[in-house]
Ligand binder design. Structure first.
Ligand code: HPA
Length: 265
């Protein structure tokens, strides 16, 4: 077992979580809902990323949500911070070592679709890796040839949709396109994204999905839409807007997660 997993296990009581969540920009509020929370700063967990993005806490919190044990990663490393697409690998390997089987990823994203407004939540049906990067480059084993045909688990998608109905929320499916960032897209890039089949654009999640599939985790992911893509609504985009708007859709996503975790974890 790795050192971070040992440290976490030493402080956890009761059944070990089989489910983990990664919270994106401005979505950290869910952590406050955890019962019997045990918190670990990433700084105390070897291999975990130093989180340098405002709106990202950089802590792992274990606790119960809807009565089920979960691990929550509040804050992630982005490629644009250090230029390493595999920066989340040690953290995800730690989850795997602890016995986690299912990973739910969340992010803040820009909408490419007129009918997908800021404040809404989109379930990621599939993705387009537009960055040209891959977290498994330099992985020597044949396991690097990860199939991505069913990367986003079909049963989890259905469970998410049932949870959305129970929460009284809409949950459209869509394609998430990964741009490296940190600059936002240009209006021309947003038009290109639409033509290529994207519904939302963002700067995270895709490398984590690739790594999670490499590790054999079941994956689901949702985007909280914080803004229309560049050129769709006039004004300039900003990280402040992302942070301000994320909690709006974030509340909707939280309601769905409560129902989902009650069912599946
Ligand atoms: N583009 C890329 N990433 C984002 C956006 C966007 O418009 N909004 C939030 N994250």
């Amino acid at each position: 077992m790795n050192e971070a997993a040992n440290r976490i296990e030493a402080r956890l009581k009761g059944p070990m979580p089989k489910l983990a969540l990664v919270l994106g920009s401005g979505l950290g509020g869910l952590v406050e809902k955890l019962e019997d929370a045990v918190r670990f700063s990433y700084a105390e967990l070897p291999g975990f990323p130093a989180s340098g993005v405002t709106g990202h806490a950089g802590e792992l919190v274990a606790g119960r949500l809807s009565g089920k044990p979960v691990l929550v990663l509040s804050g992630r490393a982005h490629y644009y911070e250090h230029g390493n697409p595999a920066a989340m690998r040690p953290a995800l390997e730690t989850l795997k070592a602890l016995g986690v089987e299912t990973l739910i990823l969340t992010n803040a994203a820009g909408s490419v679709r007129e009918d997908l407004a800021p404040g809404s939540v989109m379930m990621i049906d599939d993705h387009i890796n537009y960055s040209g990067l891959n977290p498994l480059i330099s992985e020597p084993s044949d396991a690097r040839f990860v199939g991505m045909t069913t990367a986003y688990d079909a049963d989890l998608k259905q469970a998410f949709e049932k949870a959305a109905i129970k929460a009284g929320e809409a949950l459209p499916r869509g394609v998430y396109m990964w741009f490296s960032g940190p600059s936002f897209e240009t209006p021309a890039e947003i038009r290109m994204a639409r033509v290529l089949g994207a519904d939302a654009v963002g700067m995270s999640t895709v490398p984590e999905v690739i790594l999670a599939r490499f590790l054999g985790l079941r994956v689901a992911a949702c985007s909280v839409i914080t803004n229309f893509g560049a050129g769709m609504s006039g004004g300039e985009l900003s990280h402040q807007e992302t942070k301000d708007m994320a909690p709006v859709g974030g509340k909707r996503l939280q309601a769905m997660l409560h129902h989902l975790i009650g069912e599946i974890a």
